[in-house]
Structure formats: C-alpha cells, structure tokens
Design a binder for this molecule. Structure first.
Ligand SMILES: [Zn+2]
Ligand SMILES: [Zn+2]
Length: 233
C-alpha cells in the first residue's frame, strides 16, 4: 500500500509531501486509516533530532486517531472498522517479562511510532494490534489525539500514586498536559488545586474544575493549608 505523508528530510527540515510503500501486513499488525493526528512537542524534538535518534525522511505524528482498515490473521482485540488510537508506542514483543507483567511500555524490543519508522502525519499508519487502542463510541475523534500521549503521561502518575477520589491534588503547570490532569482528577472526584504562572489562564482553569488557582511565581503558596494530601503531577 502506498502511504501519503508529510516528512522532514533532514534535521530542522520543513515538512513536505512524501510517500512510501508499506510492505506486506504482518500477522499481528493492523493498518489504520488516519482521520486525525495531534501535534506534540516530541514531534518537533524528533524533527530537530534533539535526542539523536531521528532518521530521515522522518514522518512525525504519534497522537493518531483512525479506523482499522486491515488486520493480520493473528490480530486480537480490534477488528476492521474499529476506531482506534495509536500513541508513542506502536509495537512490543508480547513475550518478555515486562510485556507479560503489563509493562509493555518498558519492553526492550518495543517500537516507537516515529523512531525508525513512520508516524501519523499520513493517510495511513501501521502498528501491532496491542497498541491500537479501541476508542469509546461517543468520543470526539477530532479531540481525542492528545489523550494518546499527553493524556497517558498524566494519567499514569495518577494511577501510580494511588490517588483516591477523596484526595485533594495539586497540579503544577496548566498547559497541554496539566489541563488534562486537572480534568481527569476533577472527574475522578478529587478537589484540584492548580498552580499556574499565567494569571490570564485563571478563569479557564476554574472553568475546567479547579477549586483554587495559585499564582506560583507570586509565592502565594503559603496561603495553601498544608493539610492537603497533595499528589503533585
Ligand atoms: Zn507526544
Ligand atoms: Zn516485550
């Protein structure tokens, strides 16, 4: 299958039209027809080879939303027609101790969607079925992409920290990631105290569900009673 994409041809290069051929579909792989893809700062870091692991042409995009259009013989959990998301990782070995332990993201043979392979700034992308995450039916596909990267980045520490719905939680920095943390926590039932350096965001932050906004550079932190069982994210 021919894939039409946008690629940088060199470090710091502009994205330009680029097409490539996807070989035969592996038995455990799915092809996803991309409908939406978020833009993450890691895409820029990869385009600019800031981490020294970029290869060119580089097709960024790892907040991918789309529909499964073909599935190999051994694919489980998803099927053709399913709406799925594909994030930073697109494959793992499924047999090492990390994979068997539910820590597939730590698999030493895992595959990152835009490292050494092409990502979602394209009409199609391929991945292992286990990383094609089925999406809820009613989700707004146009807004879902960032959940696959920034979203899981803040959701995971909430789980690891054992946050309970009765906790009061501080979120430092209400930007691309922090605002998702705020919303997750609010919907989980927590009281959320937001620490922000930008007073212009105050109304938005309160609307998103924070009970209080601390202007962090103005050192108002002493006003916060330290009875909070704060879990900082
Ligand atoms: Zn990202
Ligand atoms: Zn593994």
């Amino acid at each position: 299958m021919k894939v039409n994409a946008f690629a940088a041809q060199e470090p710091k290069g502009k994205l330009e039209s680029y097409s490539y051929e996807l070989g035969e579909l592996g038995s455990e792989e799915v092809d996803i027809k991309v409908s939406h893809c978020g833009v993450c700062h890691s895409d820029l870091s990869m385009i600019n080879n800031e981490w020294g692991m970029s290869s060119y042409p580089l097709v960024p995009g790892h907040e991918i939303i789309g529909e499964v259009i073909s599935a190999g013989d051994a694919v489980k959990n998803v099927k053709v027609g399913d709406k799925v998301g594909l994030g930073w990782l697109s494959a793992s070995c499924m047999s090492c101790s990390e994979c068997m332990d539910g820590s597939q993201h730590l698999c030493s043979n895992n595959e990152a969607t835009i490292v050494g392979r092409h990502g979602g700034f394209a009409d199609h992308v391929r991945g292992h079925w286990s990383w094609a995450i089925p999406l809820p039916e009613k989700i707004d596909l146009a807004k879902a992409g960032p959940l696959l990267c920034g979203g899981i980045t803040v959701f995971n520490p909430i789980i690891l920290a054992g946050v309970k719905p009765t906790d009061t939680v501080g979120v430092i920095g209400i930007g691309g990631l922090g605002h998702m943390a705020l919303k997750f926590l609010k919907h989980w039932g927590c009281e959320v105290v937001a620490f922000s350096s930008n007073p212009a965001k105050k109304d938005d932050i309160l609307q998103m569900g924070a009970s209080k906004v601390i202007n962090s550079p103005r050192q108002e932190m002493h006003t916060l009673p330290i009875i909070l069982k704060a879990q900082f994210i």
